[in-house]
Ligand binder design. Structure first.
Ligand code: PHE
Ligand code: NA
Length: 446
């Protein structure tokens, strides 16, 4: 991509595909279900949905709007937009913390991407066939206990990401998203169908949607908020960067609605697929990051055509993880490319290798370094909590406060193509509901 002539997406449709590619990923299928399990079910889910629609959606639109105005990497964009609104360039800090957040997330995201690759192989070699839930659990702990195995798959995953970003072919993947996303959704439907045969489907639905409010704490609400940011790829400069490739004719609010709905449907679908298996096999609801890797293979090992379905599922999961990981490396690369003498390929390699190295520390926290903790957390947990619970919400808060309070209101209204009443609602959400929501959650969790 040339440095002076910033390219644009060919159409609203291809933009939606790219944004969906970033949003839908491990966050939906791997992380959402295990967070539900750790937080006790429906109360978490409902708070999460509120966070998505009242806070996430407005911030998604805000990030795109800022990115479209700035037409540049997240840091330059924030600095430019602030300057032209007569404000201090210090707002660029929002972009800086976004880029940093993306980098930190990429490091551990790639480790999980590696698990997905390993399980792809596991399904081809028939590792799951006829296995009991116990057997599958042992397979997983075996993997976690082996630094070499984790390192190998983390490295392969990261190499794929670097290769794609370095060659600047990320846009070539849009078309693939168009096929893979529906296929992934369809497979989830098949797995939900399997869940219905276990006799524990009703239990799972109640667990997901019938809240026990006593399970709610400040800590849970903060987790729900953080995950809303994570799942929509907010607060890390990604949507800022994507917005920079966006033409003026695209309606941001409609587009955001589409992306948010797809992301939410996939996450809830994953929950509906996984929890019947958890209940049917008496698995530990709160087992954490291992949850999908010890549940879904049980289904694959026990249904007709399970080998093929398992293979297909993990290929699609890996692909969804790849399109998200690419979007994580993209803003860091774009930043290095525009702000340092590095050209695209070296920029992607430098950023990717640095994240890879940090990822090694994350994967060692599952075995050799399991005793090493900072504030009670291993490296993997630390990276995860630091980004989701603090960096993303605070960065998103910075972006929305800036846009709602410090930009010319007529211009914002024009940018968003809003009617009078629509703009009143928008103002209410972005000036008050979203920022106060984030702050209250922070204070409540202290
Ligand atoms: N949104 C992605 C997911 O849900 C993860 C991600 C986070 C991607 C941050 C990009 C940036 O898996
Ligand atoms: Na997501």
């Amino acid at each position: 991509m040339s440095k002076t002539n910033h390219a644009q997406w060919s159409s609203r449709f291809s933009f939606i595909l790219a944004a969906t590619g970033s949003a839908v990923g491990l966050g939906n299928i791997w992380k959402f279900p295990y967070m539900v399990g750790q937080s006790g079910g429906a109360a978490f889910v409902l708070v999460y949905l509120l966070c998505i629609f009242l806070i996430g959606l407005p911030i998604l639109v805000t990030e795109w709007m800022l990115g479209r105005r700035g037409q540049s990497n997240p840091v330059t964009t924030m600095s430019k937009v602030a300057h032209s609104a007569g404000r201090t360039r210090a707002w660029a800090l929002v972009g800086v913390s976004g880029v940093l957040g993306a980098f930190l997330i990429l490091s551990f995201y790639s480790v999980i991407g590696g698990w997905s690759l390993y399980y792809t192989l596991g399904s081809v070699s028939g590792d799951f066939a006829g296995q009991s839930a116990d057997g599958i659990g042992e397979l997983f702990s075996g993997m976690l206990a082996s630094p070499g195995l984790l390192l190998m798959w983390h490295s392969i995953f990261m190499l794929l990401v670097i290769g794609i970003v370095a060659r600047g072919v990320t846009k070539g993947l849009e078309g693939a998203v168009n096929i893979m996303m529906p296929a992934l959704a369809l497979l989830l439907v098949v797995l939900i169908g399997y869940g219905m045969t276990t006799g524990h489907f009703g239990e799972a639905v109640a667990y997901l949607f019938n809240p026990d409010w006593s399970k709610l704490s400040g800590e849970t609400v903060l987790a729900a908020l953080g995950h809303a940011f994570f799942t929509l790829s907010l607060g890390m400069g990604i949507m800022l960067a994507y917005g920079s490739y966006l033409g003026q004719e695209v309606n941001l609010i409609k587009t955001a609605r589409t992306v948010v709905i797809m992301d939410t449907v996939i996450a809830l679908g994953a929950g509906l697929a996984i929890f019947p298996i958890v209940f049917a096999n008496n698995l530990d609801l709160a087992s954490g990051p291992s949850l999908i890797f010890v549940t879904l293979p049980v289904a694959f090992g026990n249904i007709g055509g399970g080998t093929i379905l398992g293979l297909l599922f993990f290929v699609l999961l890996t692909f969804a993880a790849l399109t998200s990981a690419i979007s994580l490396l993209e803003p860091v690369t774009e930043f290095l490319e525009e702000r340092t003498p590095l050209s695209r390929a070296p920029a992607a390699i430098v950023a990717g290798l640095a994240a890879w190295a940090l990822g090694i520390a994350a994967l060692l926290s599952f075995n050799l370094w399991s005793d090493f903790t900072v504030v009670g957390l291993g490296v993997f947990d630390l990276l995860d909590k630091l980004t989701s619970k603090f960096m993303l919400p605070l960065t998103g808060l910075g972006a929305v406060v800036f846009a709602a309070w410090f930009l010319n209101r007529d211009e914002v209204r024009k940018d968003l193509e809003l009617s009078d009443s629509g703009f009143t609602l928008w103002t209410l959400l972005t000036r008050f509901v979203a920022p106060i929501g984030v702050l209250v959650v922070f204070i409540a969790s202290l």
